[in-house]
Design a protein around this ligand. Sequence first.
Ligand SMILES: NC(=O)c1ccc[n+]([C@@H]2O[C@H](COP(=O)([O-])OP(=O)(O)OC[C@H]3O[C@@H](n4cnc5c(N)ncnc54)[C@H](OP(=O)(O)O)[C@@H]3O)[C@@H](O)[C@H]2O)c1
Length: 278
Amino acid sequence: MKLNNGIIIPPIGFGTWKLKNNDETVEIIKEAIGCGYRHIDTAFAYGNEETIGKGIKASNINRKELFITGKLWNDDRGYENIINACKRTIKNLNCEYLDLYLIHWPASKAVHDDWIEINNETWKAFEYLYEQGLVKAIGVCNFKVNQLEELIKVAKIKPMVNQIEFHIGAYNKDILDFCYKNDILVEAWSPLGSGKLFKVDELKDMALKYNVSVAQLCIKWCLQNNTLPLPKSKNIERIKNNLDVFDFEITKDDMDYLNNFRDVGNSGLDSETITLFN
Ligand SMILES: NC(=O)c1ccc[n+]([C@@H]2O[C@H](COP(=O)([O-])OP(=O)(O)OC[C@H]3O[C@@H](n4cnc5c(N)ncnc54)[C@H](OP(=O)(O)O)[C@@H]3O)[C@@H](O)[C@H]2O)c1
C-alpha cells in the first residue's frame, strides 16, 4: 500500500496493545518479524515501547526494512510537549525515526470547548516533526468526519492515515468514504474485534466455506475494503496465521453481507463524546 506522500506501507501491521513489559514480549516481536511482519503498530499509552524496541533489536533486522508507528498520548498535547514526546518515543523504541506518527485521540468535544484549536495546534507540531524528518509520515486515530474536516481546513500537510476501529460488525462507512475521497489511508484497529468475533457462528460458517480461520476472514475483509489491518496476537501460530491471507478472495456477495453485518464486537468508544481519557 502507498500513503499520499508516496511512502510504501506494509499492508498488515502487528498490533502491540496489551503486550506486557517482559521477556515474552521481546520474543513475540522478534518472532513476528522473523515470520514476515515488517510493520509494527505501537503507542506510548501501551506502556511497552522500550520492550518492543528490544524485540526489534533482537530480530537483527535492518531498520530500513521496518515500518514503525508511534502515537502521541493525550497527556502530551501542547506544541513543545509533542516534540519532546515524539523524541522520547524514538528513544524508547531505539529506532532513529518513526515511519508514522499518529495523534492517538482527538480532543473530545464533550471535554474541551476549544477542541478544534487543540487538534489544530497538535497538527502544527506534527507538521514540524514531519518537516524535520523525525517522522516519515503523519496521521491521526479515531477522527470522525467532522473532526477531519476541521483539521484539513487548516492543515498545510494532509493526514496520511486515520486509524479507526474497523472490523466486521463495525463498518464505519462514512469515515471510510471520506478518507477514500481525501486519499487518507484507513488503518483498522481491533480487526478481530479484540477477539469477540471468534464467537460469532455466521463467521465460523463462512470461514469454513473458504477453508480459512475466522481471523483470516476478518483480516481479508479489512484488506478488501482497502483498509490496513493491525491484528495483535501473542501466539506464534496465530501470528503466522494472521499474515497468511493472500491466497483467497472473499466474493462480492459475501463482502456485501459482511459489510452489512449486525453490530458486534464494538468497543463503544466515540471520540466526540468520550470523557474517559481526554
Ligand atoms: N488507535 C487506537 O485507538 C487503537 C485502539 C485499539 C487497538 N489499536 C491497535 O490495534 C491492534 C489490534 O487491536 P486489538 O489488540 O484490540 O485486538 P485484535 O487484533 O482485534 O484481537 C486480538 C485478540 O484476538 C486474539 N487472536 C489474534 N489472532 C488470533 C487468531 N488467529 N486466532 C484466534 N485468536 C486470535 C488475540 O489473542 P492472543 O494474543 O492470545 O492470540 C487477542 O485476544 C492493537 O494491538 C493496537 O496496536 C489501536
